[in-house]
Design a protein around this ligand. Structure first.
Ligand SMILES: Cc1ncc(COP(=O)(O)O)c(C=O)c1O
Length: 353
């Protein structure tokens, strides 16, 4: 069953923006562009012209990479934009809600707040190593729950969410909510993507990004994959010409085989460094617990987070701290071997003081 009917009624009725036609070998006097070729840098396409409304070749390449049909994927400005688009498409301000395990990536709640949707957070307890509680998530859902967000591996805990747990959510909410599985960090772990389930479950949406394993956070490129009808609805909501020409060309280049091989090598190094760093950090007395991670970061519980953070800042190393239930925890992103050694050195000088 299509979940289009769950979207805001005005979005269900919305048509995609009708942009000026772009046809090869024609004189383009239909888009109020400048006739002057302003091309700077080495771009293949002229910068005085608008980019494609949606970058079709990029869409094809990313769909092939992530394993879905081209029309099951929308290219977005980072997966952050996809989160925003999905919430704006499905949630009516003041009426609908989103269900989110906590702790998880804060952007889901942020964009829900921007849209005026209610946020229902369901604890994923540290004592259970932050695994989601499917029954509690289902209990939190009601008829106004349009979206359930699952981040796997989860940010900021690094926890891979069990496929069977996500499947149960998708199945139990099949007629009533979309389940958004955010796979931003999937390349750093062993779990398979859930994108292969798109044909089976029309209420599944999968987020991917080029910001992490592929190393292109600066290019702002990600994607949302889902059933064709939902993707076409999100397409109508997204701004026309969302992906700029320099970004499109840069990402097309990244998707060449030699670049992908470099990215894969970098992921292997990060995973090896993650395990080395976790082992070294676990030895410090101020560390009470380090959680295993399937991502390019890990979370640790420490005795005096404020002191550690300040000491590291003094050594020009930035770590991430959170409020609330994680206030005694610090998240460490795995850097290069040299970066990680610098962190370890800073921590050694702290305990030697
Ligand atoms: C879980 C998760 N999803 C999505 C994003 C957004 O990534 P981007 O917008 O760069 O694709 C992040 C960024 O840190 C993240 O941690």
């Amino acid at each position: 069953m299509s979940i289009i009917k769950l979207a805001r009624p005005e979005i269900q009725a919305l048509s995609a923006y009708k942009a000026a036609a772009q046809v090869d070998d024609t004189v383009r006097l239909n888009a109020n562009e400048s006739p002057q070729d302003t091309s700077i840098g080495n771009f293949r396409r002229p910068l005085n012209r608008y980019p494609e409304v949606r970058p079709r070749r990029l869409q094809e390449a990313l769909a092939a990479r992530f394993g879905c049909a081209t029309d099951q994927l929308l290219v977005t400005r980072g997966s952050s934009e996809a989160i925003d688009l999905i919430i704006r498409t499905f949630c009516r301000a003041g009426r609908d809600n989103v269900v989110i395990p906590s702790p998880s990536f804060s952007m889901y709640a942020h964009y829900a707040e921007v849209q005026g949707a209610e946020i229902k957070e369901v604890p994923a307890l540290a004592e259970r190593d932050f695994h989601i509680d499917v029954d509690a998530l289902l209990d939190a859902c009601n008829e106004a729950t349009k979206l359930v967000f699952i981040c796997s591996p989860n940010n900021p805990t690094g926890t891979p969410i069990l496929r069977d747990d996500v499947l149960r959510l998708i199945q139990q909410r099949s007629e009533t909510s979309a389940v958004v599985v955010d796979e931003a960090y999937i390349e750093f772990g062993d779990q398979a993507s859930m994108i292969d389930l798109l044909d089976e479950f029309p209420n599944l949406l999968v987020l991917r990004t080029l910001s992490k394993a592929l190393g292109f956070a600066g290019a702002r490129c990600g994607a949302v994959a889902g059933s064709e009808d939902v993707i076409s609805m999100l397409n109508a909501v997204q701004a026309p010409y969302a992906l700029a020409t320099p970004v499109v060309e840069c990402v097309e280049d990244v998707l060449q085989a030699d670049q992908l091989a470099l990215a894969e090598e970098s992921v292997r190094e990060v995973v090896a460094e993650r395990e080395r760093l976790i082992a070294a950090i676990d030895e410090f007395e101020f560390v009470r617990k380090v959680w295993p991670s399937d991502a390019n970061f890990f979370l640790m519980r420490v005795t005096d987070p404020a002191f550690i953070l300040q000491h590291c800042i003094a050594h020009k190393v930035l770590l991430r701290h959170f409020d609330g239930d994680l206030s005694d925890c610090i998240r460490i992103t795995v850097g290069s071997r040299a970066d990680n050694n610098r962190l370890l050195q800073a921590l050694r000088t702290m305990v030697e003081k």
